[in-house]
Design a protein around this ligand. Structure first.
Ligand code: SF4
Length: 230
């Protein structure tokens, strides 16, 4: 696919994942700008703001506003969230890029899958899974970095010293992106996502949707551009 909307999608992927991977590294007053690194003291930092447990009321309000906004934009423009901002979408896009770099386009991938296990197939599949694993591990490392100091050596993948729980946290949080975005992909939307189950209840006649239009598609058959079916 190419075109304006796909460019917007790529821009959303770069912007959203850029924020995710960059934010834990930002410093503010000598500490992580965005982190709940002080869990024993029950403090959560967002740049210059410090939140305490009793402030989670604001988080509840924020989540209510976010839910209302999601319903509103779904009624207005259909699967806007799914297409551009859902974590499942943005990570799947990156896993697909890696698959395309290593195994080629869809036709080549199908041919490779159907073919025997040659040296080229082993190398291509191995490169894909190695890229996926490194990227997923880095994602887990970043995620854990939102809750513990990211520069702590115990958090570094493969670190010999440090807190084992942090390292195992990185390894275990690697699996959701690799499993969901690498292997399951749209099966997550189809069988697991609750939002997918109820979003059609929010559509009306004026919602922007990509859908089959019987007025243009029926009766089926060959036709000239702009003409009726033969
Ligand atoms: S259906 Fe659910 S998982 Fe799939 S893109 Fe939409 S919100 Fe994300």
């Amino acid at each position: 696919m190419s075109g304006r909307f796909n460019r917007l999608r790529v821009a959303a992927v770069v912007w959203l994942l850029g924020m995710f991977y960059l934010f834990p590294w930002l410093l503010w007053d000598g500490r992580q700008a965005w982190c709940c690194s002080d869990l024993p003291a029950r403090k959560f930092y967002v740049f210059g703001l410090v939140f305490w447990p009793q402030d989670f009321l604001f988080m509840a309000l924020l989540l209510i506003i976010a839910a209302m906004a999601l319903f509103f934009f779904t009624a207005l423009a259909g699967r806007l969230w799914c297409g551009y901002a859902c974590p499942q979408t943005v990570w799947t896009e990156v896993f697909l890029w890696m698959e395309r770099w290593t195994e080629g386009d869809r036709g080549k991938r199908m041919k490779l899958d159907a073919g025997p296990w040659t040296r080229e197939k082993v190398l291509r599949k191995g490169a894909k899974h190695a890229l996926w694993a490194v990227f997923a591990l880095w994602t887990g490392f970043t995620f854990v970095g939102f809750f513990t100091p990211i520069t702590d050596p115990g958090l570094a993948p493969g670190a010999v010293h440090g807190v084992a729980g942090k390292r195992s946290g990185c390894c275990s949080t690697r699996w959701p992106p690799q499993g969901n975005a690498g292997f399951l992909r749209e099966q997550v939307c189809k069988y697991m996502c609750p939002y997918a189950r109820f979003q059609s209840a929010m559509f009306d006649r004026n919602t922007l949707l990509i859908a089959y239009d019987p007025m243009r598609g029926e009766p089926r058959g060959p036709r000239k551009r702009g003409g009726q079916a033969a």
